[in-house]
Design a protein around this ligand. Sequence first.
Ligand code: G3P
Ligand code: MG
Length: 242
Amino acid sequence: MIADRLIAHRGCALLRPENTLEAMRVTADLGVPWVEIDANLLGDGTAIMFHDDYLDRLTNGSGPLAACNWQDVATLDVGSHFSTEYSAERIPRLDDAVALIDELRLGLNLEIKLYPHYAVADILPPVVAVLEKSWSRFDNLIISSFSTEALRALRALQPDWQLGQLWERIPADWAMLAEELGLVSIHCDYRYLDVATIAAIKAAGLDLYCYTVNDPTAGQVLLKAGVDGLITDNPLLFNLQD
Ligand code: G3P
Ligand code: MG
């Protein structure tokens, strides 16, 4: 079934305010098996579920996350940018988000964001601590990042965790890096993917996930070509019974 191959991007970002607890719940309600979320950091070291490095686009606050502590952001409205119906949504602490996703029995693709205000050594310890405390099903967890440096450091800390490299365009030396980091998967922008690369990645025994697939026709073509999963903002665009 196509539903089994979907990963809800930031929850379901076209159905609920992105990266909110409500978005996690709707993902589970729809029967979508996996969710993708963004792990980010406040200046006081609190790990949160939030995409951007500034508050402005998604909340009624402003400025960089790096200038905030938890108390500064705890009461901000992270739902009204989507619809006033969701004005009660708050930025989730990463531990609360991970605990809920675990309770909902969803698979988790946790993307580690690494914005210029931070170093790998800032964000990795709080994210690892949250997962060790609040996640129970490590076969159902893939940690991805555009930052190869973050994945390399994580691999040194956690030899058994499933890691996936994110690229907009997959570079020519992907196989070398996959071997070095012990990757289970490659995640890429589907618009720059070609059939030869799909075949090579599958032949190498890796899983391949594409973002952000909101076009069901393109999604079907990708799945037929061998892509393992589609990261989408709206699972309802697909025929979930197929
Ligand atoms: O993990 C896939 C996708 O989420 C990467 O881009 O900017 O939506 O986090 P972005
Ligand atoms: Mg993401």
